[in-house]
Design a protein around this ligand. Structure first.
Ligand SMILES: NC(=O)c1ccc[n+]([C@@H]2O[C@H](COP(=O)([O-])OP(=O)(O)OC[C@H]3O[C@@H](n4cnc5c(N)ncnc54)[C@H](O)[C@@H]3O)[C@@H](O)[C@H]2O)c1
Length: 348
C-alpha cells in the first residue's frame, strides 16, 4: 500500500517509514524539514513542503493516486517552546492539521492515522488510563494535540463524511530502529533519555531526578516508556487493520462514528528511578545521579491501558525497556555518522 507520511523526516515518522517498508508498503514523505533532518528521507519519495500547502498536497495525490491512507506526524513538539510561543503551536499543529484534513476530505481520502499524545490525559490516582479516562492537557502543546483530535473526531462524524480517523495516543517513546537506520537526531535532546546519555558521557555532571515526592511507589514520576520500534509496528498494525478496527469496534461497543482513539504504550508504568537503574545496567559508563525538586508543569504521570490496541489492532508491544535503552545507546554511537553519511550521499 502507498501511504502519505507527513513529518516523515522526524524521529518517529522516519522510523515508521522503515517499518512500513519492511512490511512491504511504500511511504511518500511530506515534510517541511522545520526540525527533521533531510538525511532521514534519503532513498524515499520525498516532497519538501508544509502540510498546510493545499496545492502541494493535491499535487502529491495527483502524482501518487494509489495513496490509500495518511499517517499525520508533522507537528512542533517542544513543550516549553509551546508555553513561550502558543500561537505558533496552535497555527502549526491545529490550523495546519485542519487544512490537511480538509484537503484529504476533498480528495476523497478515507483513512487518517493521527499522532496524538498521552500528555492529554489527567494523572489519575492509580496512574492507569484508558481511552475514556479524564483529559487534562497541561501545556499549549498538549492542548494542540487534544484540539486536533477533537477536530478530526468532528470531521469524521459529520453526516456523509467519508473520512475515518485513528488517533494513536503515544505514551513515552524511547530508543531507535533496531537496525539503526534512524533514531533521535538532536545532539542534546531535552527529554529524559537525552539527559541520561549526556550524564553518562560526562557532558553533564550528574543526572538530576526532578521530583521525589510524588505519590508513586518510590516518589519519582511514573511514565510508560515504549520502544519506538513497537510504536512503529503499531502504525503498521493500524494501517493494515484500519477497516477491521472500525468493524471490530462497532461489533463490540457503541458506533465509533468514524473515529477511534487508541492508547499505544506498554501497559506498564516505570518510575524515573527505575529507568535510571535500568539505564545504569546497559550503559558502559557509570552514571552519577542526584535528587532534585519537581519541575513546574510536570505531573506524577500515567501508564496506558492497552486493551483496545490489543483487541482492535491485534498489536502488542514486544520489546523491554532495557532493549529500548540499549538501542538508544547503540544509536548514539552511530548517530553523527548516520546523519553525515546520508548528507554525503545526498551531495554526490
Ligand atoms: N516524541 C515523543 O515523545 C512524542 C510523544 C507523543 C506524541 N508525539 C507526536 O508524534 C509526532 C512525531 O514526533 P517526533 O518526535 O517524531 O517529532 P519530530 O520533530 O522529530 O518530527 C516532526 C516532523 O514534522 C515536520 N513538520 C513539522 N511541522 C510541519 C509542517 N507544518 N509541515 C510539514 N512538516 C512539518 C518536522 O520537520 C519533523 O520532521 C508529533 O505529532 C508528536 O506530537 C511525539
Amino acid at each position: 500500500m502507498k501511504v502519505l507520511v507527513t513529518g516523515g523526516a522526524g524521529y518517529i515518522g522516519s522510523t515508521v517509514c522503515s517499518a512500513l517498508e519492511d512490511a512491504g508498503h511504500t511511504p511518500v514523505v511530506l515534510d517541511s524539514l522545520v526540525t527533521g533532518p533531510e538525511a532521514f528521507t534519503r532513498g524515499r519519495v520525498f516532497y519538501r513542503g508544509d502540510v498546510a500547502d493545499e496545492g502541494l498536497v493535491r499535487r502529491i495525490f495527483a502524482e501518487h493516486p494509489e495513496i490509500a491512507a495518511t499517517l499525520h506526524f508533522a507537528a512542533l513538539i517542544v513543550v516549553p517552546e509551546s508555553v513561550a510561543h502558543p500561537a505558533r503551536y496552535y497555527r502549526e499543529n491545529v490550523v495546519a492539521s485542519l487544512t490537511l484534513f480538509e484537503t484529504l476530505q476533498a480528495l476523497g481520502q478515507t483513512r487518517v492515522v493521527f499522532s496524538s499524545s498521552a500528555s492529554i490525559y489527567a494523572s489519575p490516582a492509580d496512574f492507569r488510563v484508558t481511552e475514556a479516562s479524564p483529559l487534562q492537557p497541561l501545556s499549549p502543546y498538549a492542548r494542540s494535540k487534544r484540539m486536533t483530535e477533537e477536530m478530526l473526531e468532528d470531521l469524521c462524524g459529520a453526516p456523509g463524511s467519508g473520512l475515518r480517523g485513528i488517533a494513536l495516543r503515544y505514551f513515552n517513546p524511547l530508543g531507535a530502529d533496531p537496525r539503526l537506520r534512524t533514531g533521535p537526531y538532536l545532539a542534546e535532546p531535552s527529554h529524559i533519555l537525552g539527559r541520561l546519555v549526556a550524564a553518562s558521557q560526562g557532558r553533564q555532571a550528574a543526572f538530576e531526578i526532578t521530583g521525589t515526592d510524588y505519590a508513586t511507589r518510590d516518589g519519582t514520576g511514573l511514565r510508560d516508556y515504549i520502544h519506538v520500534w513497537d510504536l512503529a509496528l503499531a502504525h503498521v498494525a493500524a494501517l493494515d487493520g484500519f477497516d477491521a478496527a472500525f468493524a471490530r469496534a462497532a461489533a463490540t461497543g457503541p458506533d465509533p462514528r468514524g473515529y477511534l482513539p487508541i492508547n499505544v504504550g506498554t501497559g506498564r508504568g516505570v518510575t524515573v528511578r527505575e529507568l535510571v537503574t535500568a539505564f545504569g545496567e546497559v550503559s558502559p559508563t557509570p552514571l552519577s545521579v542526584r535528587d532534585g525538586p519537581r519541575r513546574p508543569g510536570d505531573s506524577a504521570g500515567a501508564y496506558a491501558d492497552i486493551t483496545r490496541a490489543r483487541e482492535l489492532l491485534d498489536w502488542a508491544p514486544r520489546h523491554t525497556t532495557a532493549e529500548a535503552l540499549a538501542s538508544a545507546l547503540a544509536w548514539e554511537a552511530v548517530r553523527a555518522e548516520r546523519l553525515k553519511q546520508a548528507t554525503a550521499r545526498a551531495e554526490r
